[in-house]
Design a protein around this ligand. Structure first.
Ligand code: NAD
Length: 472
């Protein structure tokens, strides 16, 4: 029986291991983390992350063959396969600051593996890492090992938050990269055997290590590029009277382009897209490819432009000032069906509105007041240098920000409603009821294009939707 241990009980490590445990009842899976709070959460009735369907999966195997523990060294030492799913954020200081991946957590995990291992192990890169990371990990393990042999595999995760369980149950593909030596290929076979329990063979792709590492960065860059492409077109739609939904539908009918991931919005967020593109930019620069770096940098440039364009539209529509005006923000998570606010566009939009002295009232069904205050307090809003956001205060600093427990309360006495997350519930709110409790003229700025502008106009709202013809 293969013993699996995963270092890192986050948005990837937790759900991924829960699904492996469910699908492989004869495999012992232990997820370890240095964060006691996270592990306590995984062992409680209130999981530390919100993900549809996850509670059920965890309940079915926790205590049977799925365990969560802070005893990192013990379970790593006992495992045959060690997944490493620690965070790989953008470096904030030193060489490559603002672009390169910070591999501190990875390096300390690798040193710890070397320290505690007494038997041969397969070490699996689950985190998203720069291409060639496996080479560095091999060096760390080789120089610290005690005759223990390691095989490094790259097995990047392609799940999307909000649909993680569905994605893990039926992945588009599972990618496994390994060394082309007999030992490397034997390790690939072991990992393939785990996934093959539920993933059809033709969906398991095996490649060399560097292809697998680079594929993850490239996949995220392509996805983000698609959003920036449609958002760039949305600006042109607003300038010309074209409708971005009609344009997206027309181009999406081309089977070479396809219809998915073509929704215009206030911009992409989440912990991955920006970080991984910055990482790609840095790698290109390091390999002497500045033109390629510049190409990808523009994907982020357009995303920043889209967020600032949205804020400018709100302020300019409201007679060029929002000072002292209450603005209701519906949705703070970076997308629906998650409580994750990392790099959410709502942070930049709220900071922009606060910078113009608005009073902001926020409602999100899965985001806590504590998260909002932490996110807004710790970042300085600066469109000119968006990559160099500085801390401006401590969590808990007083700001003209309220967090409410329902959308109607957020809208009471507000001059405007900004929709920033595409929660399904926001489609079916009673906008007439909202209109009745708002200041007039009442505005809706739909940053996700989820409500019908004509219906809102019939109620009396002045409406701005991304890439749609404007109210006169
Ligand atoms: P996360 O921050 O939610 O989780 C990482 C966890 O690792 C944390 O709980 C942290 O305490 C733990 N950790 C860090 N160092 C440790 C150590 N030395 N020992 C034990 N635990 C340690 O991050 P995440 O969102 O799960 O992402 C993890 C990786 O997966 C990143 O590289 C990310 O880019 C990648 N990824 C994320 C997603 C996503 O949707 N979140 C999707 C695909 C890939």
């Amino acid at each position: 029986m293969v013993k699996i241990c995963c270092i890192g009980a986050g948005y990837v490590g937790g759900p991924t291991m829960a699904v492996i445990a469910l699908k492989c009842p004869d495999v012992e899976v232990v997820v370890v983390d240095i964060s006691e709070a996270r592990i306590a959460g995984w062992n409680s009735d209130r999981l530390p992350i919100y993900e549809p369907g996850l509670d059920d999966v965890v309940k079915r195997c926790r205590g049977r063959n799925l365990f969560f523990s802070t005893d990192v060294e013990r379970y790593v030492g006992e495992a045959d396969v060690v997944f490493v799913s620690v965070n790989t954020p953008t470096k904030t200081r030193g060489l490559g600051a603002g672009k390169a991946a910070d591999l501190t957590y990875w390096e300390s995990a690798a040193r710890m593996i070397a320290d505690v291992s007494r038997s041969d192990k397969i070490v699996v890169e689950k985190s998203t890492v720069p291409v060639k990371t496996a080479e560095a990990i091999e060096k760390i393990l080789a120089h610290n090992g005690r005759g223990v042999r390691y095989q490094i595999l790259s097995n990047p995760e392609f799940l999307a938050e909000g649909t993680a369980v569905r994605d893990l149950f039926a992945p588009d593909r599972v990618l496994i990269g390994g060394r082309e030596t007999p030992e490397g290929q034997a390790a690939v076979k072991v990992l393939k055997g785990v996934y093959a329990r539920w993933v059809p063979e033709d969906r398991i792709i095996t490649t060399n290590l560097w292809s697998a590492e680079l594929s993850k960065l490239a996949a995220n860059a392509f996805l983000a590029q698609r959003i920036s492409s449609v958002n760039a077109i949305s600006a042109l739609c607003e300038a010309t009277g074209a409708d971005v939904a009609e344009v997206a539908c027309s181009i999406g009918k081309d089977s070479r382009i396809g219809p998915r991931f073509l929704s215009a919005s206030v911009g992409f967020g989440g912990s991955c897209f920006q970080k991984d593109i910055l990482n790609l930019v840095y790698i290109c620069e390091c390999y002497g490819l500045p033109e390629v770096a510049e190409y990808w940098r523009q994907v982020i440039g357009i995303n920043d432009y889209q967020k600032s364009r949205f804020v400018n539209r709100v302020v300019s529509s409201m007679f060029n000032t929002v000072a002292g005006k209450k603005v209701a923000v519906l949705g703070f998570a970076f997308k629906k069906d998650t409580g994750d606010t990392r790099e959410t566009p709502a942070i930049d939009v709220c900071r922009g509105l606060l910078g113009d002295k608005a009073v902001v009232s926020i409602y999100d069904p899965q985001v806590t007041e504590e998260q909002v205050r932490r996110d807004l307090a710790m970042r300085k809003f600066d469109w000119d240098h968006p990559r160099h956001l500085q801390p401006v205060g401590e969590p808990g600093d007083q700001q003209p920000v309220a967090v409410t427990t329902d959308a109607y309360e957020a809208a009471r006495d507000a001059h405007a409603v900004c929709i920033l997350t595409e929660w399904e519930d926001f489609r079916s709110l009673d906008y007439r009821r909202m209109y009745d409790v708002m200041q007039k003229p009442a505005f809706v700025f739909d940053g996700r294009n989820i409500v019908d502008p004509e219906k809102l106009r019939d109620i009396g709202f002045i409406v701005y939707a991304i890439g749609k013809p404007l109210d006169q």
